[in-house]
Design a binder for this molecule. Sequence first.
Ligand code: G6P
Length: 375
Amino acid sequence: ENIMKGEFEHFMKKEIHEQPESVVQTMMGRVVKDMEGAASRVFLGGMINFVSTIRRSRRIVLCGCGTSYNSAIAVRQLMEELTELPVTLELASDVLDRRCPFFRDDTCVFISQSGETADTLKAMQYAKDRGALCVGIVNTVGSAISRSTDCGVHINAGAEIGVASTKAYTCQIVAMVLLSLSLSEDSMSLHSRRKRIMSSLLELPNAIRKALLLDAQMRELAKELKDENSLLLLGRGYNYATALEGALKVKEVALLHSEGILAGEMKHGPLALVDEVLPLIIVATMDDSYKKQESAVQQLRARGGRLILIVSEEDDEIAKTAGDKATIVRVPTVEDCLQSVVNIVPLQLLSYHLTVLRGHNVDQPRNLAKSVTVE
Ligand code: G6P
């Protein structure tokens, strides 16, 4: 076990630091370059015969549990933009509870690191029984979900051992961005947007490497936050997923209550919790939601909120809006639809350090299992 951990004390830390390489593995052989070395198209071997069927489907349903479900939230907006199809989200356990209406002309995408999660597997069988096309986004080759879906994309993140999923999350997002690109290859109107996304994909490993340099700042922040009872994380648009996934990490490994909130819902309840004590982590990198996040920061500051902001490294404006007392975490910028991959990195590091400082088991959190094979 110690040999496998290499220089790292815990698998979670090792896996967080592997992300620049693991996203390369996800893209390996799939992002095709032209003669000048620019990314020109996406090739997904496992999807080749299914792209046109998916394009003709009535909608795409993304389905998973836990972190895998959060990765679906992160890519929904882009998948809708590129495929021009409605994309809906389903928690696997809820599909079964609700007996969700699935149809023959639906494409259902099942996302699972292990490929063995009972709820996801059963939801997949349920969708198959109703004639839907089933696509797998799976890490473990040969797993039940990988074997029984009609087609799919292996994320190739390498073995993930820490119970809290880290590199599988970012690789799932990358794999589904690739899927969205391959589903929109023939669109002329999306040509320049697709080009920008593909070249940003190639910059992603370096951006993650830079985000990993926030380790020391996150350790300091963890020292400040280690005795708190609760944390709120606010994000919107592409970074609603970042708020949810950051909160899930803090909750599951640091055993500290935390909640991820869609910032647009702030006024509809969570604002009542804001005081001088409760730490608020706001994801406010530069994208279409930026102005709205800036005004949320203003409102939270006016109520004396304790602000921690994740912002774009080139942005000087929002730090002023947040005031001198705010903690500012600066992350490198990539194309908006990939920013959630970079933004989660400081939150993974924060949850890691919180766990160590609070004296909890990093790789095997109390009561949790890596793969939940019972319903
Ligand atoms: C468990 C793990 C989570 C994981 C979820 C889904 O709850 O503790 O980290 O996100 O299962 O697992 P899967 O293997 O289907 O992605």
